[in-house]
Design a protein around this ligand. Structure first.
Ligand SMILES: NC(=O)c1ccc[n+]([C@@H]2O[C@H](COP(=O)([O-])OP(=O)(O)OC[C@H]3O[C@@H](n4cnc5c(N)ncnc54)[C@H](OP(=O)(O)O)[C@@H]3O)[C@@H](O)[C@H]2O)c1
Length: 212
């Protein structure tokens, strides 16, 4: 059992990850700028999930970043000391909506994972969960069977996140490689969401032909 904190955990993305981590037997702390709001949101979710401040969430063993892209760096910087030496999972996508399409935005370092890694030189940043539809994640009754593309520069941290994801119901971990792949992984989320908007669906990614 691991304690997992989620920064910005009160949004759809954080809630979905929280529910499936809890279903895997982990203790989850939903972080927020407003601990009371987090407690209220946590009380509506299935599983062992508590609500707290982002600072409290950052003191967990593994920490997920689930804020909007334009507040992710400021959010992790504020709790940088608590995150030192830990695995920090970025699920952050930099995206903008134009008409009926979602388009990728490329931050200065090419990806949000690289931006977060630069802000947290003492942490082990791993990317995961980018392509998952939050609504399907939060609903444990859904028939979700999604692949989670994982990347990062620290092989040990990547392996730990791979194991964590494989414990979560409905998910299979697929390690892709280093943070050099982050911009491609994050930008592909724009394709996934645009497909879902166009086809009014909650589709997700599965990779055929892999025997893992
Ligand atoms: N939604 C999805 O299906 C999905 C799937 C995969 C990945 N993602 C990624 O996950 C991240 C979160 O997505 P989301 O849809 O859950 O986003 P969201 O609802 O817009 O935001 C998540 C939480 O972030 C906090 N937040 C909002 N503005 C903030 C600010 N200026 N500073 C600090 N915290 C702020 C809020 O929590 P408090 O007000 O409680 O602090 C909010 O509940 C995004 O980067 C997205 O690309 C989303």
């Amino acid at each position: 059992m691991t304690t997992v904190g989620i920064l910005g955990g009160t949004g759809p993305a954080g809630r979905g990850v929280a529910v499936r981590l809890s279903a895997a037997g982990h203790d989850v702390v939903l972080g927020s700028r407003d601990a009371e709001r987090a407690a209220q949101v946590a009380s509506t979710l299935t599983g062992e999930i508590t609500g707290a401040s982002n600072d409290d969430a950052a003191h967990c063993e593994i920490v997920v970043v689930a804020t909007p892209w334009d507040s992710a760096v400021a959010t992790v910087r504020a709790v940088r000391e608590a995150l030192a030496g830990k695995i920090v999972i970025s699920m952050v996508n930099a995206l903008t909506k134009e008409g009926r399409e979602m388009l990728p935005i490329y931050p200065p370092r090419g990806s949000m994972a690289a931006q977060i890694a630069a802000a947290l030189p003492d942490s082990h940043v791993v990317g995961a969960f980018h392509h998952l539809p939050a609504s399907e994640m939060e609903n444990l009754e859904s028939s979700l069977a999604a692949d989670v593309v994982i990347f990062g520069d620290d092989a040990e941290a990547r392996t730990a996140v791979e194991a964590l994801v494989n414990e979560m119901p409905g998910l299979r971990a697929v390690v892709a490689g280093s943070t050099s792949l982050a911009s491609a992984v994050e930008a592909f989320t724009a394709v996934c969401i645009s497909i879902n908007i166009r086809h009014k669906a909650h589709s997700y990614v599965t990779l055929a032909g892999l025997s893992i």
